[in-house]
Design a protein around this ligand. Structure first.
Ligand code: FNR
Length: 352
């Protein structure tokens, strides 16, 4: 088989290694305990899990979304088609993988199709384009137009780039981010890729323009430092696997910040409906899943994947019933306790 250029081949290697390192066990979510009422005074049939995303014309059926994974190579078209069908069946948003290969090879039909297939198989759904923080806004607009995206994710991934053998080392992104935030008309989501975000970074980015949402994508699930270390055969970066904040740590750091209209999306290591609920209790608007959907599709096929995540939707409803919460926003009223480790983590913030 002819060798592909590195930027096309990288997509396949990410998929392969994300699956190789996949861990179905939840990370540190057990460090947070929910205080459920013994008598919830709630009926399952009265519980509603729908959520509104920005000004999208219809509500999503669950506080979940399929997070950015792939595109940019003919071999992943089928996978994106299946992800689109899962999103449509569940009526939840879906984000595309980074669209930089479309911008690099705009006349390559197979590459364009690997992204367009998501709109084709989910024509009425909420689709999110994805670009890196250095892409000029006119280029980002081309990505949005290609799939008629309803929102744009801008990924910030400095730690991944440092470990990646062919990665970048210039992270002066503020000027371009300001241009993106001020000129793109669909809602813009600023997104990490598995190392979390902190309150200071959120405040810094909010200065640049209107951010519709932050996807804090914390440590604990797919670990791009580990993936890039495995791809990088020359220098050892295994010590970077522990870089960043977990999803719970990021939420605890950020949520007390006064964000007015900016939403928080939580992702990174979410592996069960109870993990989803814990993120919502801490103030996340919705919760993203990447590797768990990939894993289900690759091991069990499309029908089984749809059933699995429909079951998650139902289980989220059941947990809300146990907590006496009728709608998703009621979850922020649920009381909880944190492990000594997590408690120590926030106390250091409060002591400043
Ligand atoms: C990703 N992720 C990602 N994120 C992004 O913004 N642009 C991208 O192109 C990709 N590519 C990608 C490929 C693969 C195979 C995976 C598994 C993930 C990161 C993803 O959106 C998410 O932030 C992290 O994977 C953490 O979530 P999980 O996987 O622990 O649920």
């Amino acid at each position: 088989m002819p060798k592909q250029p590195l930027d096309l081949q990288r997509k396949n290697e990410h998929l392969f290694l994300a699956e190789k390192f996949y861990n179905p066990a939840s990370t540190n979510f057990a460090e947070m305990r929910l205080l459920a009422p013994s008598i919830p005074e709630m009926r399952l049939k009265d519980v509603k899990t729908d959520v509104k995303w920005f000004n999208f014309h219809q509500n999503m059926d669950a506080p979940l979304y399929i997070n950015a994974m792939t595109g940019g190579n003919a071999q992943v078209t089928k996978l994106n088609q299946q992800l689109a069908i899962v999103a449509q069946e569940l009526n939840i948003p879906i984000a595309l993988g980074s669209m930089s290969n479309y911008l690099k090879y705009p006349y390559n039909k197979e590459i364009s199709e690997s992204y367009q297939v998501v709109r084709e198989y989910n024509p009425q759904g909420l689709v999110i384009a994805n670009v890196s923080a250095k892409i000029p806004f006119k280029q980002a607009q081309k990505c949005i137009d290609l799939v008629q995206a309803n929102a744009l994710q801008v990924h910030i991934n400095a730690a991944q780039e440092i470990v990646m053998a062919e990665g970048e080392d210039d992270f002066c992104w503020c000027d371009n981010l300001a241009q993106l935030l001020q000129n793109i008309e669909v809602p813009v989501i600023i997104k990490e890729v598995g190392v979390g975000m902190n309150a200071a970074s959120v405040r810094q980015i909010l200065q640049l323009g209107p951010v519709a949402a932050f996807d804090i994508s914390g440590k604990g699930g797919t670990n791009f430092q580990a993936i890039e270390n495995e791809r990088n055969h020359h220098i050892d970066y295994s010590f970077m696997q522990d870089w960043g904040l977990t999803t719970l740590e990021s939420l605890l750091d950020i949520v007390p910040t006064n964000l007015t209209d900016t939403l928080i999306f939580a992702s990174g290591g979410v592996r069960s409906p109870l993990d989803v609920i814990k993120c919502l209790v801490l103030g996340a608007h919705s919760v993203g899943l990447a590797a768990p959907v990939l894993h289900e599709l690759q091991h069990f096929g499309l029908e089984h994947t749809i059933t699995t995540f429909k079951t998650w939707q139902h289980q989220i409803k059941e947990i809300m019933t146990l907590l006496g919460c009728q709608k998703v926003t009621d979850l922020t009223q649920v009381d909880y306790r944190l492990s000594m480790k997590l408690n120590n983590f926030i106390r250091q913030k409060n002591d400043i």
